[in-house]
Design a protein around this ligand. Structure first.
Ligand code: DGP
Length: 120
């Protein structure tokens, strides 16, 4: 799947849509989810053009991938959710339930999150 520069997170990265930023540097942006599923729900995205975890880990330099995941856990510590715990989720593709085709990791926390996958 090729990267769609009109996806909503690309527009957020270009500053065309506002966001509630919790962390930003030259490689990543972390912001609060517009439709939170938990008391804390933050999305962490790379600034590069990657559709999902699949092409991110295939195409991005290993150091970029490594730094990205270090930052996910650092952002969780910044949010103060590491003590009680949290869930980091990457939805990939149709069956994964991915709605926005720009790679992102959800950090969800603030209450017990129950079983890993909801039963339909
Ligand atoms: P996923 O299903 O993994 O692709 O999750 C996409 C998430 O993106 C979903 O939880 C809602 C969130 N989202 C969609 N549009 C916006 C937006 O314009 N701003 C923010 N902050 N979050 C958005």
């Amino acid at each position: 799947m090729s990267y769609d520069r009109d996806n909503i997170f690309a527009k957020i990265l270009r500053g065309e849509i506002p966001n509630d930023t919790v962390y930003e540097d030259d490689e990543v942006l972390a912001f609060r989810d517009i439709s939170p599923q938990a008391p804390v729900h933050v999305l962490v995205i790379p600034k590069g053009e990657y559709v999902s975890l699949d092409d991110f880990t295939r195409d991005a330099p290993a150091e970029v991938v490594g730094r990205f995941f270090e930052k996910v856990s650092a952002i969780a510590r910044q949010l103060g959710v590491d003590g009680d715990g949290y869930r980091a989720i990457a939805n990939i593709g149709q069956n994964g339930g991915q709605l926005v085709p720009h790679f992102h990791v959800h950090i969800c926390a603030g209450r017990p999150l129950g079983r890993m996958i909801a039963r339909e």
